[in-house]
Write a protein that binds this ligand. Structure first.
Ligand code: APR
Length: 251
């Protein structure tokens, strides 16, 4: 029986909930004959330099707010899927058995938390939080944000930005992630293309520590060859199946 699992998720785990991924060709996923979700590339629609960098925010804050307002509003229309729920179940069952579980996600949606996951490290920030650039105060919102908004802490007007880690900024929880990996006896990557570091480098780090790794993805990712094992298919099918296998000791 495993003692400590670290899971990394990416946009692919939320695709079947109806949230777009970043880099996939637009298409659809069918399980049997039922279309269970769409994949589509956000970066095919937007130039990431304009909406997901500090320079882009400086140049055109209204465009950046519009980009995140649209994605934040989507959160009210989607729900966790069977893959999110399976991971929340896994965490509970492992902790009940005195084992360890850490969920690291690149996703900024709130679907893991809404599925019941507790120990979630959102390394790229959170869509439902914003930050004051003047006093760094972070607060929750599910509303649209604009340049007219003021900080509830320092009352500065126009300095509110999405609490999102943009390209060129340092992701959150890096020390916690390193610590979790150093104690892990299994690393599992779910629904990520392995395109963005440092998240994409985690499998290389665990390989150095001789920790077994598993990729669960729709298709083999860019760094699939680094994983000990890979299982491919829609997350709502392969993640619940994998979770059950953990408790049958043949994960
Ligand atoms: N089930 C499982 N995997 C899926 C599904 C699905 N239903 N749909 C898509 N995928 C896979 C795709 O095959 C792809 O490998 O999910 C992955 C999504 O990759 P990306 O769109 O690149 O998303 P992600 O890896 O999370 O991007 C990493 O890049 O732009 C930044 O900050 C952004 O956090 C994001 C980071």
């Amino acid at each position: 029986m495993v003692k400590n699992i670290v899971v990394l998720t990416g946009a692919g785990i939320s695709a079947e909930s109806g949230l777009s991924t970043f880099r996939d060709e637009t298409g659809k996923i069918e399980v049997g004959k039922t279309e269970v979700g769409k994949i589509g590339g956000i970066w095919a629609e937007y130039d990431y330099r304009e909406v997901a960098t500090p320079e882009g925010f400086l140049a055109n804050p209204a465009l950046v707010h519009e980009f995140y307002n649209k994605r934040r509003a989507m959160l009210l229309e989607v729900a966790p899927n069977a893959a999110h729920i399976a991971l929340a179940d896994l965490e509970k069952r492992l902790l009940d058995q005195g084992a360890g579980f850490t969920l690291v996600t690149q996703n900024v949606d709130d679907l893991h938390a809404r599925a019941g996951s507790i120990n979630v490290l959102q390394m790229h920030g959170q869509l439902n939080k914003v930050k004051c650039v003047r006093c760094e105060h972070i607060f929750e919102t599910c509303n649209d944000v604009s340049l007219n908004d003021s900080c509830p802490e320092c009352f500065e007007v126009g300095g509110i930005r999405p609490h999102i880690v943009w390209f060129g900024e340092i992701p959150h929880y890096l020390d916690d992630i390193d610590e979790a990996l150093s104690d892990a006896d299994l690393f599992v990557s779910i629904g990520t293309s392995g395109s963005v570091y440092p998240a994409a480098g985690l499998v290389g780090a665990v390989r150095q520590m001789n920790i077994p790794s598993l990729e669960l993805n729709l298709v083999a990712s860019e760094n699939a060859a680094l994983f000990t094992h890979g299982v491919y298919g829609p997350a709502t099918v392969i993640v619940p199946e994998w979770v059950e296998s953990v408790f049958e000791d043949n994960y």
